[in-house]
Design a protein around this ligand. Sequence first.
Ligand code: ZN
Ligand code: ZN
Length: 370
Amino acid sequence: MDASPPHWSTRIQALRNAADAAGLSALIVSSPVNLRYLTGFSGSSGWLVCTSADAWLITDGRYEAIVRQELAEGTLAAVKLEKVETRYDPTLASLLGRQGVQRAGFEAAHVTVATLRRWQGLAPGVEWVPTEDLVERRRAVKDAGEIRTLREAGHKLADVARELSAWVARGRTEREVAADIDRALVAAGFSGPAFPTIVASGPNSAFPHARPTDRVLTNGDLVVLDFGGVLGGYCVDLTRMAVIGQVAREAQALYAAVHAAQAAALAAVRAGIAASDVDRAARQELESRGLGAAFLHSTGHGLGLEVHEAPRIGKADGSAGDNLEVGMVCTIEPGAYVEGLGGVRLEDDVLVTTDGCEVLTDAPRELIGV
Ligand code: ZN
Ligand code: ZN
């Protein structure tokens, strides 16, 4: 059963297999995003406990009615509800005790030291085993339903990008342009922006994460427009560039360099390649033009329920790193930032395929001249 698009039972089973392979008798998922991925539960408080035979959702009275309703409707994974009567920790300890759990895995990145100490105090017979990325690794490769959603989201975001020239104009402020973009995202059907929209003009464009200000767009400005939307819970993310009037020859060269770097990285993407090799393709293009030091961030990041998730498309850092796999969705967004001149970034979202990639945000990348 459960052939419905979210495939929760498949996801929970895959997690069980991973827990089994790690010799765990139970796994506790406390990351809200991971919980949503595995069960469809979107409340702010809840833990999933998975054993080889069962799965329990521990949550409190605020969510009881909705959980029971969603279980009945099949819009939540088929979990058992374990209601918190007083506090979460003793409820967890009691469940583990009843199930005879001896080795419990937990998500090291999502459990504080204080929480772990409480668990150890309440269930002294349990061996607590930190795990890393068990769910995140699964989330990086999208299933058919997720790909459908991300493809639709990418197309909608590209539609918004095609309208940029209507909003970017000399005399308007960064904040005004950002507000137009945010309105268009909602009008396009997104539930909202995936992150605070970036409109960074002139000197502000030299800072990769500038926030919109009341600065007025002025002749000679480079303008970075970086925005994203959430559709059906999934995030997409895009950057385009505008110029106001005439820009310096150096600014044109900066744009040409980033455009070439993005093209090189896009051409490198395919299943099986190390993500760091995609990063290197972009970086080498910028280095060859003397702009290696101006590239201040990684080439890209995975997209999904979170706007930044695995895989990381960045420099090799000595760790095993990510190899791209069919079904991963990530951004390709090299940039170059030169104080006094400005910054350029171009960003698209791609679906990794066997021999290349499908660009999901296929809007023109040319400088938008106004
Ligand atoms: Zn972005
Ligand atoms: Zn991004």
